[in-house]
Write a protein that binds this ligand. Sequence first.
Ligand code: GDD
Length: 414
Amino acid sequence: QYKAIILVGGPSRATRFRPLSLNVPKPLFPVAGAPFVSHHLAALSKVKGLTEVLIVGFFEDAIFEPYIEQASNEFPNLNIKYLREYQALGTAGGIYHFRDEIIRGNPQQFFVMHVDVASTFPLNEMLAAHMKHRGLCTMLSTKIVREQANKYGCLVQDPETNQVLHYVEKPETFISDLISCGVYLFDVAVFTEIKNAIDNKKEQDALMIQDSFSTFASADGKLSLERDLLRPLSESKKLYVYVTDGFWKQIKTAGSAISANAAYLQLQQSENSSRLAKNKPDGPEIIGAVYIHPSAQVDATAKIGPNVSIGPRVNIGKGVRVKDSIILDNVTIGHASCIIHSVIGWNSKIGAWARVEGTAVNDHNEEMMKNGVKVQSITILGKEVSVLDETIIRNCIVLPHKELKSSYHSQILM
Ligand code: GDD
């Protein structure tokens, strides 16, 4: 009786996720050993009565085909489809465009989830809260540090009823430290409201064109869930909120993948997941939450963790230390090297006695200030980078295919 839509955007959008998005679309980038979007599917598969997930975006179909095949095996209770927008239709445009597909089979409610967030996704709790009020939408919300609130949709709720009294998308001045997490539960009746929102937008756009004598002011054809729909819903008292104290993070930059990786690994550890690596007499020393792909080779004298994901066919040498990092497929790390707060791209080769390191940053602000200048905190090596023996790469972004023969710090290496 329920469905879900995951909004994945398209290729033009992941600029802040470079250089990693040069080789894989952001929704398929692995954190804690599984693509971003798989964590959404894992949460959806735990909702009883939810049988269909529609992944909506403007990537080419071929990009999601192999993934959907694999995900359908992993989550056999979900029927997973990819629906492609012919152009970016906006966060509500795609939902309206594919409304026939969504209402097919008569679901009563459907979830909408942004792909670029990591969370415990308390979907069953949202459902329970939704059934208690008569609103059309329950949105997931979390409390955030005051200084960061203006980067998100902010809301004010009635603490008694959880009704949203006021919603503003990325406000210029402080309104509230409760923000929208990009996860919603809608009644299907919301399609009438979306239709009204489209009609209002058309009227406003027509007025704007008359006013400005310019066709440049005309609509971009996008419909925004936040601006065009949530606001009128809150004004008509049909918008409610479920505030979570579970973890929630936005994943916009390549660096934020490191904190999402840590959060998911720790969540799996708290659930005693069998996916995580365990200390064995003949194995490497494992500290905290660590994921190691079964095909990876890790020397018994290496020390790994906490918060490390090691991908398929990785080879880790003697005495290597890895901490707070994502090591992608097919990477080789030579003996006695050290990797901290870094993402090591596919097929990269790190020599012996080398050091690749970033700096730990505060959860909601990953840019680091040094002498008043913003610098890169997490070190990211793109695909097929090689780092020679005894070099130190610190706080750098390295584009694919580079060979680093000497040490660098605080640079973007192209
Ligand atoms: N299919 C599709 N089509 N998806 C889209 C489109 C589109 O035209 N535009 C954006 N998306 C997807 C993105 O891939 C992402 O998963 C999600 O929609 C939201 O992306 P943005 O539009 O970039 O918004 P934002 O992330 O800056 O802010 C939104 O999310 C915050 C939580 O992370 C807003 O909803 C904020 O209010 C919210 O706090």
